[in-house]
Design a protein around this ligand. Sequence first.
Ligand SMILES: Cc1cc2nc3c(=O)[nH]c(=O)nc-3n(C[C@H](O)[C@H](O)[C@H](O)COP(=O)(O)OP(=O)(O)OC[C@H]3O[C@@H](n4cnc5c(N)ncnc54)[C@H](O)[C@@H]3O)c2cc1C
Length: 597
Amino acid sequence: MAASALTTLDQVSGKSFDYVIIGGGTAGLVLAARLSEDPSKSVLVLEGGGAHLNDPMIDTPASYGKFFTNKEYDYAFMTVPQKHAENTAFFWPRGKGLGGSSGANFYLWNRPAVEDVNAWERLGNPGWNWQNFLKYSIKCEKFIPADENATKAERLTYDPKFHGTDGPIALGFPNLRPGWDVALQDTLQALGLPRLVEPQAGDRVGTAMDLASVDPRTNKRSTSVAYLEQAGARPNLKVLVNAPVARILSAPGSGFVASGVEFLYDGQKHTVSTTTDGEVILSAGTIKSPQVLELSGIGDPKILSGLGIETKVDLPAVGTNAQDHLFAGVAYELKEPEKYNTIDPLVDPKVAEEQVKLYAEGKGLLTLGIVGISMAPLKMISDRAAEIQAKAPSGGDAPGIAEQRKEQLARFKENAAEAEFVTIPGFYSFPNPPAPGAKHVSLCTTLNRPFSRGTIHAGSTDPLDPPVIDPHYFEEDIDRLTYIEQVKFCRKVAQTEPFKSILGREVNPGPDVKTDEDISLWLKKYLTTVHHTASTCSMLPRDKGGVVDPELKVYGTQKLRVVDLSVVPLIPSAHTQSIVYAIAEQAADIIKGVFKA
Ligand SMILES: Cc1cc2nc3c(=O)[nH]c(=O)nc-3n(C[C@H](O)[C@H](O)[C@H](O)COP(=O)(O)OP(=O)(O)OC[C@H]3O[C@@H](n4cnc5c(N)ncnc54)[C@H](O)[C@@H]3O)c2cc1C
């Protein structure tokens, strides 16, 4: 039981542990479970949010974004106004509490492409390649196939050699699907996309049914808390919740040797130390990990001195190289709403109440999931691909950026997956509101290979203040130009049979948004993040914008590593939870000293 790991302040404050893990989110709990497999090592997790164990707010699928802005569950960050996007400030929710963003996400599960992962190795990180990624991804999963009828009728196909069955994270096809995926796949095939039988095999160009991190046997979300559950009661594993870490401490003497952390509990400062051979592992996620480093004196001296923080390690790459996937939904009414399953009816409190009762019986709209995903190179969806991709910046001022861009350009040449299309069964689009009682399909598209790079830095010395988030959306114009083509392709899909016959009126962007310039303006105001932000503590050579080395050790320090999405040097064209689980599994073996490259 996960609850058996929970501990109290008196068991932590002033004590010492072999491993102190900052953040009990997706990566943090994988590490906690794997590192405590050795009974001789004591492991402590300090989580900034609450426990939320067996909480229906987290467990119930189809409750997309239900707790956004609820400060118990969501950090509810905001970006600064975006200079290249009409000065719009964008909302960035992130999971707070055990499980972190694995308890806040939209359950979609897909793996990156082979060369997206091999690029990490080519950028200077031996051992971080597809072969190892696949091994660790399989290790984390407990795949549960659909029954034969559903598999045939809705093409829920897979190849068992790419799946694990013994890991903690339950994955499968949701028990209720929207009902239009076969028509959508046929439409996309008519437009030139191939159909994939196994989309998790490392080539994602095509249309297919991916997976959801929901256990189809119980209809409950599977989060990283499942690792604590699988670990069971271990006397050497302790988790303290509501304990945000303020900074990492270093032993007096020369250099930064992590010796423990300072954390807050009920507004009071406390410390916990690491044993002589112990270490601190930072897993606070892409947004908070750079902030914790900076508050500890590790970062760009210009940023630190501006905050009155003494520089202990001059590491200017901290909080840079931020890469985000963008999301925008073209929303249509459904012509024959009774034929399809969507979450629109849940806005009626009476319906929502009935559905909660049905869910208890394993039925109803709350078991609905999104898994139909399609990806294509720009070339496959736009005749302007060559002209747009010729505008790709090849160099850049930031250290190491030229190498990253070389990799991005290579993916273009290989016609790798980049533009993504996914339908949300409901209304997820702006600014026009839905008509009361109507049901919708939001045909959403994701910009998966951004050339723009942002920053995330501490904005004050208060660890509870949000950092300053500046993703630099559309700073590189190729991102905007590519994205316009993707929106146009959504409309083309909607005009192609058999999907066309399913759709009624386009609600957003709507008939007034016609030209490329109209679409550009609409995107600048109404796009959203896909919540996949990565790379603010990139694993790269130090002189190429690196914060951590291939063993995930922070440059210029000892006994300090970062393990979370922030270490990914170049964001793949994939949803990111599978990436974090695989990284954390590999990191655990590296830390234990059993990893073989
Ligand atoms: C709304 C949303 C929808 C998403 N949808 C999908 C999806 O459908 N599919 C997909 O693959 N991915 C999705 N993602 C992305 C995916 O869930 C994340 O990339 C992944 O979970 C990040 O893992 P992480 O370990 O890096 O960070 P997190 O899981 O966010 O963990 C960070 C943890 O650190 C804690 N923390 C932060 N600061 C401190 C501190 N100072 N002291 C102590 N603790 C601290 C946090 O409370 C949190 O628990 C989504 C994310 C969000 C937010």
